[in-house]
Design a protein around this ligand. Sequence first.
Ligand code: PEP
Ligand code: MN
Length: 338
Amino acid sequence: MIVVFKPDATQDQVNQVAELVTGMGLRVHFNKGTERQIMGAVGDDRKLQSANWQSWAGVEQVIPILAPYKLVSRDFQKHDSSIDVRGEKIGAKDKMQVIAGPCSVENVEQMMHLSDVVKTEGLGFLRGGAYKPRTSPYAFQGLESEGLDILMEAKKKTGLRIVTELMDPRDIPLFEGRADVIQIGARNMQNFRLLKEVGQLKTPVLLKRGLANTMKELLMAAEYIAAGGNLNIILCERGIRTFEPDTRNTFDVSAIPVLKEKTHLPVIADPSHAGGRWDLVEPLALAAVAAGADGLIVEIHHQPEKALCDGDQALKPKKFTKLMEKIRAVAKIVGRDA
Ligand code: PEP
Ligand code: MN
């Protein structure tokens, strides 16, 4: 349910209503609009539905949120959220963000080289997986905590914000205060225990759409994180599994405008995993920007043929620089910098 306060409601009145509602066993989340304050009340809301809220001082209306996802829905918040990551915003109206880096952290030299490429391009975010969700248990699983240490070295050297995947809640202490954005990968999109754990943090979460999940399921997964109190969530369309074998996944470009209609959260796209081929990264990236994506996450590698993971889809630095030129041109057409 949403409790809409009158424009002249006092803070005392707001606090009193919050106390009443939490007394009904609900969790409250505030959203300060330009004109009035809104309070989301989530949980079993039967008591609130039958309450005589008309008599509550300061309250204008109590309305149900019809979507099954509440806090992440447009009903709860009309304006776009932009997520502040150490001073750079993901979801800002006038700027889209490009996150780039290798699929996996492989060694110090690789990360120093690629973080320089990202920095030189004028970007603010570096990606790199230390814990890798691999289909085969015999494939490279990532450098794990050593990989995180290497990412911290790259961060120290370049100041770039680190985006890296968390697969297991037991590793949270290693990520906290170090990863600037915690990625929840496609395979873990419905790992509800993991979602609940990152919901307890303040660190922004990049939540990727599952291989075969609907947009509604993605939004419900985001709601798990939000319900814990962490509304710093960025959604990512990364391609879905279809009957088409010529591409690794099928890039669902329509997910960008459709998600943005349903949620206030920023939506970015991953053209690397969507196509699974380096030659498709450019057309898919440009399509995403044109469709209104708030950002991109792109895999790059200076020696793709030697990459320990996802070499087929990695762009070499020179190609990446060329891609950035085109991204900037298309972004300009849709009114954004990149
Ligand atoms: C990745 O970002 O390297 C990754 C494994 O992505 P996804 O979870 O989308 O497959
Ligand atoms: Mn990858």
